[in-house]
Design a protein around this ligand. Structure first.
Ligand code: GLU
Length: 503
């Protein structure tokens, strides 16, 4: 294979959707796997769609995911600058080159005129396209006289440069994922390459830069497949060898009905962005995976498997393993349904793989925010009791708050079901028992209670359920012996006495 150089080329028109992150990831995996170079190029030639803060957001998101660039707007590189707006001078000569070679032409139609044509076509239930048919009747350098064109140009009359789609041509393309794709040139329109504002369009800048930056493989979303014929024709017009192409399948909504869109996330209750995004104009907030408590490696693992399969049953892959295993020929053709539950499952897998100490360390931040201090050893023990039950570190609190504070209320349903006339007396007698247990540790507590219940014939269920209600306030939590061991004798007894009073 030729030297691999791939690029991720986002337009800073808003936050990066997870589909975009996946595109970046596949480029990264492909580059690393093939000892290639990974490039970040910012495609900001469409000034009307430029969004403040989007570039920074994109870079921060990819950094969070662990996707690194060898050449980029931040690290530089041999083909700098990597921001297209800073390369604007460069594109004009390529546009001129196509005019000279007869592959492009000047078009002077004003936006108003084009709108008129569109309306007229619409009235006749047709769609207006600037193509081989219509270009013969429009105001361009193909229909106007040479003198007239020169006059308009010398007077700086606003104009664009359009690509001249060749007539009766079969455009044959090869896509690594889709195989051979053939399109008739009649179905294509004469796209604008160079705009009246002195900026290239995406199409021109993209091809010129891919060529100059020696890109070997273009790996991008399927939404760009319709542009491929034009891109292939552009390479031919310039006389350049084209890179290889791989168009990735779409990410679909969880029900499979249509593309996963920016709006879906908060509407369906899961993030579709890697990190939080606040719209700079409306101030609206869109939630991200980072702030929702996901681990970046779990997020990346989940994304990698949305569209690619390793060909085995293995589901958990760290970045190194992904790099080792990834190949484009295992990327599917059809769209992949996004599965929010599976995404949580991935996070859970990564969480339980961590040591109790590591999770305790993270959970300690949650406690600190609540001004709760606790000995490290105790905290590790608490975490070890609930780690298997949670998907996120932030959920640890819900499973453990009763270790840190006595119940404020008692679940009414449980009171109704588990608290009866004998309960107060039984619990008082249990207090007497607890007083005598030494050392006050889980195994000793269990043993003492067991013997006591056998003697008193109170019944294990009745005692344990009532006791749990007094210690926790609800019918939840880990083993009671463990809870009492951790909160200590004094606290356990005080909760029981308090509970008897209050229920
Ligand atoms: N700037 C395009 C985008 O925003 C890049 C498409 C491509 O990779 O060619 O997706």
């Amino acid at each position: 294979m030729k030297t691999v150089r791939v690029r991720f080329a986002p337009s800073p028109t808003g936050p990066l959707h997870i589909g975009g992150v996946r595109t970046a990831l596949y480029n990264y995996l492909f580059a690393r796997k093939n000892n290639g170079t990974m490039i970040l190029r910012i495609e900001d030639t469409d000034q009307a769609r430029f969004v403040e803060g989007a570039e920074k957001y994109i870079i921060e998101s990819l950094l969070w995911c662990g996707i690194e660039f060898d050449e980029s707007v931040t690290v530089g590189g041999p083909h700098a600058p990597y921001r297209q707006s800073e390369r604007r001078e460069l594109y004009k000569q390529y546009s001129d080159q196509l005019i000279v070679s007869g592959n492009a032409y000047y078009a002077f139609d004003t936006p108003d005129e084009l709108e008129q044509h569109r309306k007229k076509a619409e009235a006749a239930k047709k769609i207006f396209t600037y193509n081989a048919e219509s270009r013969k009747k429009l105001r361009n350098s193909l229909t106007l006289s040479k003198q007239e064109v020169e006059k308009l140009l010398s007077e700086d009359v606003p104009h664009v440069v359009r690509f001249l789609i060749p007539e009766h041509t079969e455009v044959v393309m090869h896509d690594i994922i889709r195989g051979k794709v053939v399109v008739q040139s009649e179905s294509l329109d004469d796209k604008v390459l160079y705009k009246s504002d002195g900026m290239p369009t995406y199409h021109l800048a993209n091809i010129v830069d891919d060529h100059l930056m020696e890109i070997s493989h273009v790996i991008r979303g399927e939404e760009w497949l319709p542009s491929l014929p034009l891109h292939i024709l552009l390479y031919q017009a310039f006389g350049w060898e084209s890179p290889e192409f791989a168009h990735l399948p779409l990410l679909l909504k969880p029900d499979g009905n249509g593309k996963l869109s920016k709006r879906d996330g908060d509407r369906l209750g899961f993030p579709v962005f890697p990190i939080d995004w606040i719209d700079p104009v409306s101030g609206e907030k869109y939630s991200g995976y980072r702030e929702s408590g996901y681990y970046p490696d779990a997020f990346v693992n989940m994304l990698a498997l949305l569209g690619w399969n390793p060909g085995t049953e293995q589901e958990i892959f760290n970045m190194e393993e992904l790099i080792d295993t990834f190949t484009l020929d295992r990327v599917g053709k059809s769209g992949s349904k996004f599965d929010p539950e599976k995404t949580k499952w991935f996070n859970h897998q990564y969480l339980i793989k961590k040591s109790d100490e590591a999770v305790a360390e993270e959970f300690n931040q949650v406690l600190k925010a609540k001004n709760i201090e606790i000995a490290h050893g105790k905290l590790v023990k608490i975490v070890s009791l609930v780690k298997e039950r949670v998907q996120f570190v932030k959920d640890v609190w819900n499973e453990t708050y009763f270790f840190f504070e006595a119940p404020q209320t008692y679940d009414e349903q449980v009171v109704k079901k588990r608290w009866n006339e004998q309960s107060p007396e039984q619990m008082k007698s249990l207090v007497n028992l607890l007083e005598t247990i030494e050392p006050f540790e889980s195994a000793f507590i269990d043993q003492a209670i067991k013997t006591w219940i056998e003697e008193t014939q109170f019944g294990m269920g009745a005692i344990m359920n009532a006791l749990r209600l007094l210690l926790v306030g609800a019918a939840k939590g880990p083993h009671l012996g463990d809870i009492m061991d951790i909160i200590g004798k004094e606290e356990a007894i005080s909760r029981i006495k308090n509970g008897i009073e209050r229920i």
